[in-house]
Design a protein around this ligand. Structure first.
Ligand code: DLZ
Ligand code: SF4
Length: 514
């Protein structure tokens, strides 16, 4: 029955949680839930094929679950001939076909779309209620309050406050269990020979996923990435099974080998739940409580549990707070004035540098590479080579199944590229080949040598590292955390300095040949 108090509940592709604020006040008679697959969202950057398939399949499964709960769901597939291919068009069409007179939605994750949705009420001449996304553990207003009088933001202090606010790993008197807040110093072990992560779950592909895989192959043939094999969880239940496997079998080793990199081991002991958390299939507080319980029950050591919880309760919330309190101009920042184009190897994985080939190869194959490869290999290379942050950010946003701008932008522009001049990181995460050699087994099989700085077999990271230091001295040399690097550079023999500059220039002029 079409009545004038019908309302439309819009659920976006990364809002797949039954507890979503826009789904709280549902009325079986008067609510229509709208979900739409649209080219606008699938192509604002050219997302990895696996990312699109994961999201479309998860959206379709979520719609099925809502129908099983007897709600009225209007689901518009990408290949529906009437699909206008943008969200506003689909909201307009749904309003006119259902007779709904108001729209309810949950605040969206990206500035781009949030600012568009902000104009809808006026454009439609109808109320559009935008409810807070309380799946996050710190609201934007609370983050704004937290940062108000701080000259320097530090995640560590935010994280401690979140531990207290949500009473996580706390003893009496609000003190941290184990006597310290942060066990990061214990989480930096290099890989031992033969280090291998456990076999991960793969989920049976039923009709919905098979249809979506065919659709994505057909409609997005020129997007990056291999589509098959496809292992992603596409329901909350499947995501839950992966979380359970992580807590039971993997978390105990997560701490020690958090920063290790191993050829042929894209996952090692990482949780791989970011894509599920960011799409709403898992909820952060639930994940935190499950990890916390593993420590209390003696199933995982504190350095692992604390390190994992810090990522979710601390870092993830902090990054979102920085994004929403710094946008919109944050996206355009370029503190180091980096302007080179992104080398082709980022799209093809074709390079003799084994560390880059592995990180990019994992990315192309899985729409995933783990944190330290993103930061210290592909991110570090882009930082040292002075690649334009906007191009690097677009790449990260497109290629990772877990990437939405709220999480990708501060991590890439701020943390990896120092493009925000020190909000996300107190110094650039610049490192030479020595770091990669220590933390990985890539260099043994590489045509370059991490111990050599100039000449044809020198590891490109080495000369680029010193050249980066030299090139950016005006902006970085007064940073006390960079003092050692600058002292070493200044002490270096001027002939050696000159040879490094020359070698770096050759590399920078031929990035596509490496
Ligand atoms: C990422 C994505 C993709 C690929 N496709 C859709 C879609 O077709 N429909 C939709 O509602 N959402 C999609 N999304 C997720 C949105 O881009 C995401 O909700 C916004 O970027 C806000 O975070
Ligand atoms: Fe990477 Fe350099 Fe090691 Fe090669 S030698 S794998 S380029 S760090």
């Amino acid at each position: 029955m079409v009545t004038s108090d019908m309302r439309l509940h819009l659920v976006l592709g990364d809002q797949l949680s039954h507890s979503l604020s826009a789904l709280r006040d549902l009325d079986a008679e008067r609510s229509v839930i709208l979900m739409a697959e649209v080219m606008q969202e699938a192509t604002y950057v050219r997302h990895h094929k696996k990312k699109i398939a994961f999201l479309f399949s998860a959206m379709r499964h979520f719609a099925e679950e809502l129908r099983e709960r007897r709600f009225n769901v209007r689901y518009v597939p990408l290949d529906d001939p009437a699909n206008t291919q943008d969200l506003f068009g689909e909201v307009q069409r749904a309003l006119s076909e259902t007779g709904a007179r108001r729209v309810v939605t949950t605040e969206c994750g990206e500035w781009r779309l949030a600012s568009e949705i902000g104009t809808w009420s006026e454009a439609l001449g109808l109320p559009v209620a935008i409810l807070p996304d309380d799946r996050f553990l710190c609201s934007i207003d609370d983050f704004r309050d937290w940062r108000r009088d701080r000259k320097q933001l530090r995640m560590e202090y935010f994280y401690r406050e979140m531990r207290r606010r949500h009473r996580v790993l706390l003893e009496e008197g609000d003190l941290p269990v184990g006597g310290q807040w942060n066990f990061d110093a214990e989480n930096r072990k290099p890989p031992v020979a033969g280090l291998k992560g456990p076999k991960r779950l793969s989920h049976p592909k039923e009709a919905i996923t098979k249809t979506v895989l065919a659709l994505v192959e057909d409609r997005f043939p020129d997007h990056i990435g291999t589509l098959l094999p496809f292992h992603f969880a596409v329901t909350a239940k499947q995501a839950e099974a992966e979380l359970q496997q992580f807590i039971d079998e993997i978390l105990p080793d997560f701490g020690d080998y958090q920063d290790a990199m191993v050829k042929g081991e894209p996952y090692l002991y990482h949780s791989m739940i970011a894509a599920y958390l960011n799409a709403g299939l898992l909820l952060p507080l639930d994940v935190v409580r499950r990890a916390e319980a593993a420590w209390y029950e003696g199933r995982a050591p504190l350095n692992a549990v604390e390190g994992f919880i810090r990522q979710i309760l601390g870092w993830r919330e902090y990054v979102r707070g920085v994004y929403w309190t710094e946008m919109p101009d944050y996206a355009g920042r370029n503190h180091l004035e980096a302007s080179r184009s992104l080398p082709q190897m980022y799209w093809t994985g074709k390079t003799a540098m084994q560390c880059m080939a592995a990180a990019i190869g994992d990315t192309i194959e899985h729409a995933y590479s783990h944190h330290i490869q993103r930061l210290m290999v592909t991110g570090n290379f882009a930082l040292l080579a002075g690649i334009d942050p906007a191009e690097v950010c677009e790449w990260y946003l497109a290629v990772y199944a877990d990437a939405y701008e709220w999480v990708e932008l501060p991590n890439t522009l701020g943390m990896a590229l120092y493009g925000d001049g020190g909000i996300m990181a107190s110094k650039p995460y610049a490192a030479s080949g020595k770091y990669i050699d220590r933390m990985s087994n890539f260099c043994g099989g590489c045509r370059y040598d991490p111990k050599i700085t100039t000449g044809p077999s020198a590891c490109p990271f080495n000369a680029l590292y010193w050249d980066f230091i030299d090139r950016n001295s005006e902006k970085l040399s007064r940073n006390p955390r960079m003092a050692n690097m600058y002292a070493t550079w200044r002490r270096m023999d001027p002939f050696k300095q000159q040879a490094i500059r020359q070698h770096a220039e050759g590399l920078l002029n031929a990035l596509d040949m490496l």
